[in-house]
Design a protein around this ligand. Structure first.
Ligand SMILES: [Zn+2]
Ligand SMILES: [Zn+2]
Length: 133
């Protein structure tokens, strides 16, 4: 994964990452459930400075269950959630994995907020469980 490219549903927001993710995870917190409309988000973290983004991202700020300010960035045209920022991880961007041109490159390592998981949401039992992000 030396260069990663992705875009939102309509293509107005495009990104390119020159480098590899620092870590990759699934998050089962209630906010990720709402953002994705599903049981968990699938995200990878990369440094801001190796990422270039074109197009207009709107941001919605919220407070996570452990007190971090999370900013959810979504396309102002199609509404597709593309990335997040967290005050707990300054300098990192958290991209939603399925916005990648090749989402099969995504390899989750951990599960965050498994305590909030829904009974119908199943993840790989081999993944490391972290109670909060
Ligand atoms: Zn879009
Ligand atoms: Zn989450």
């Amino acid at each position: 994964m030396d260069s990663l490219k992705g875009h939102c549903l309509c293509g107005s927001v495009q990104y390119e990452i020159k480098g590899k993710p620092q870590f990759s995870f699934l998050c089962q917190c209630r906010q990720c459930q709402r953002i994705t409309g599903s049981g968990h988000s699938a995200e990878f973290a990369v440094p801001d400075e190796i990422t270039s983004i074109t197009g207009e991202l709107k941001c919605y700020d919220m407070t996570s269950d452990n007190g971090n300010t999370i900013s959810s960035g979504f396309c102002s045209n199609c509404g597709n959630p593309v990335l997040k920022r967290s005050s707990g991880y300054p300098g990192l961007l958290f991209f939603h994995a399925a916005t990648l041109e090749n989402p099969a490159l995504f390899k989750p390592q951990k599960v965050f907020w498994a305590s909030s998981s829904q009974p119908w949401d199943f993840v790989d039992p081999e993944l490391e469980i972290k109670q909060n992000a």
